[in-house]
Design a protein around this ligand. Sequence first.
Ligand SMILES: NC(=O)c1ccc[n+]([C@@H]2O[C@H](COP(=O)([O-])OP(=O)(O)OC[C@H]3O[C@@H](n4cnc5c(N)ncnc54)[C@H](O)[C@@H]3O)[C@@H](O)[C@H]2O)c1
Length: 430
Amino acid sequence: MAAITIIGTNYVGAVYAAAFADLGNQVYGVDIDPRKIELLSQGISPIYEPGLDELISRNLKAGRLRFTTCYDEAVPQSDFVFICVGTPASFNGEADMRAVRAAAETIGRTMRGHTIIVNKSTMPIGSGDLVTSIVQEVKAPDATFAVVSNPEFLREGSAVHDVFHPSRIVLGAEDREAAERVAELYSALNAPILITDRRTAEMIKYASNAILATRISFINEIAQICERLSADVKVVAQGMGLDPRIGPLFLDAGIGFGGSCFPKDVKALSYMAAEAGCHPQLLHAVLEINQDQRRHFVHKLHTMIGDLHGRPVALWGLAFKQDTDDIRESPAIDILRMLIQRGARPRCYDPAAMENARREVPEAEYVDDPYEAVVGADALLLLTPWNEFKQADLARVAELMRQPVLLDGRNLYDPADVRRLGFRYAGVGR
Ligand SMILES: NC(=O)c1ccc[n+]([C@@H]2O[C@H](COP(=O)([O-])OP(=O)(O)OC[C@H]3O[C@@H](n4cnc5c(N)ncnc54)[C@H](O)[C@@H]3O)[C@@H](O)[C@H]2O)c1
């Protein structure tokens, strides 16, 4: 059993705090947001993440998990301190490291004895050195420490499953013993463990996200070509995916990738590459194609129903993907904004992300029921592939709309089925 502090308790940190406690450790979750800490202390997750409330409650009750806004309460008695704060993109694509710097400084000031600091946030190559120098400068003279990079690969929406069934544990350290001690924390999970140097570990995270984003932009480019040449990208992807060298995952054409990771990490990698004197043409293209998909989708709507000014349009889905309330860099939010700019009257529904969307785009209309969103609408845009939408009663939808036009941004529906119900239907690349 180890004493662990998790700094930053949101999509990554809240899940890890609860998961490490569940594995039998004594865990403190620390966040600067008192609202989150209050919710977490009552066993309520601050984010929508299936299974998380239960995991938190169980470990609070067992006395293995505590939450606080106070570093002093947690860090001095911890063997391991995980940095899980946000590293969003700044205006030029560079990762914004302000939260990491602030966390490192406060850890440095509050730690006692020997502490292993673990960088779990996605941080630019060289951040291990940065955290080391910040901590070194402010720490008490007798405090000692090591910094280990341990990038995270969990997916929102299945985060609780993913932390207990990781595809691999990547550890980067200059101090091998420190990496091995972190590896022990994961020993119950039976995952492959790769120990390397810190910079290589940091790069593994960026390169992993970049290739996943690349596959999506690749299939979206193929989708555009399929549309012009009358082929069906969904079947193309299926046929490609049967080749074991290619595989079926991350070949879903649609309105592009979003979320708090792929866009920002591709931008940050591209920024780092350019700073280092490289010319990352592929990464630029990946981002450009991704933006194009959104514009192309709105253009398609325009082609199908004409001028958007004053037109009621229903949006199903606002989250960047299903099973999350996260709307950061969501293509659906981008599309919503484009519709508003063109004078359309969007009416939106999402099973989990409405509160976040309302804060971000207050000028749109939000309704609590998917069928209410389509009443009198000139088109329905399917933007997030929630199960609820897959199982929707589309015959009823067709009846409620002013004209049954369906733009399927995720190729969720079977075109023939939908057309049989009387819809004018367009997917992506089919
Ligand atoms: N979200 C994901 O699916 C995912 C997956 C893998 C890796 N990551 C990476 O993990 C990191 C965290 O991601 P996230 O989505 O949980 O971020 P987030 O922005 O949702 O949450 C960060 C949390 O840190 C808190 N915080 C900020 N500064 C702090 C400080 N100085 N001290 C204590 N708490 C502080 C914030 O209040 C917030 O609750 C990012 O680097 C991200 O790229 C995220």
